[in-house]
Design a binder for this molecule. Structure first.
Ligand code: CA
Ligand code: CA
Length: 227
């Protein structure tokens, strides 16, 4: 805490800084002006020091953070996501507000980036939200990454279709549907389709359900086919 004494009064600058950092930039300037305008009018040693402090606070700009704002992920497949902070002062830090389950963040000192490495284990709702905080406690507008998740559609039994979503209730965690290859069905293409379910065979033919990639066979039974 920094205290400034002027005549018989003591001003606790830290308390004002806390107040200032919880406001937006416009209000910050207003508060500073209120604290320091009285001192500026006095032309003595204390006044110059206090005006200088005010000037430092006013010059501080809120930090920013940039990075990918949406990402496609597949269960059991690893992704890497980078974020970059910016500030008028160099000693800002990253703040992780929401971390996905199984994900880990690292800060790269050579690039200054914040990196997320994540392998989703399932389709449970997850959140990625990060921000930057500068040395005076000012915070950037956080990035919340829109996650487009896919089950993987059981490997080669289907393909992720990110244009058709299974859920839309949470705009920041969307689940892609699967386009199944012939013979497979279900949300994740893990069900061997029962090709006979809709009685596709006519003229008294017998329906036989087949394994993928085939679906069904309709045939006349005869003694010849039994041998
Ligand atoms: Ca700053
Ligand atoms: Ca089948």
């Amino acid at each position: 805490m920094m205290k400034i004494k002027y005549e018989n009064l003591t001003f606790e600058i830290q308390a004002r800084t806390d107040l200032a950092t919880s406001k937006n930039g416009t209000e910050l300037k207003k508060i500073n002006a209120t604290i320091f305008s009285g001192f500026a009018a006095k032309e003595d040693g204390n006044a110059s020091m206090q005006v200088e402090l005010a000037s430092d606070l006013e010059k501080n700009e809120a930090p920013e953070i940039s990075g990918q704002e949406s990402i496609k992920v597949v269960v059991n497949q690893s992704i890497v996501l980078n974020f970059t902070g910016h500030d008028d002062k160099s000693d800002f830090r990253y703040s992780i507000i929401d971390q996905p389950v199984g994900g880990s963040f690292t800060s790269d000192t050579s690039t200054g980036n914040l990196t997320l490495t994540w392998t989703p284990a399932n389709l449970n709702t997850d959140k990625i939200r990060v921000t930057t905080v500068d040395s005076d406690g000012l915070t950037a507008d956080a990035i919340e990454v829109v996650i487009l998740a896919c089950s993987g559609c059981s490997g080669d039994q289907g393909k992720c279709d990110y244009d058709n979503l299974r859920n839309e209730s949470n705009p920041n965690y969307l689940i892609a549907s699967c386009n199944c290859t012939t013979g497979w069905s279900g949300d994740d293409c893990d069900i061997n389709t029962d090709g006979c379910a809709d009685d596709p065979c006519v003229l008294e033919r017998t329906c036989i359900d087949l394994s993928p990639p085939d679906e069904v066979k309709c045939m006349f039974w005869s003694w010849l086919q039994l041998f």
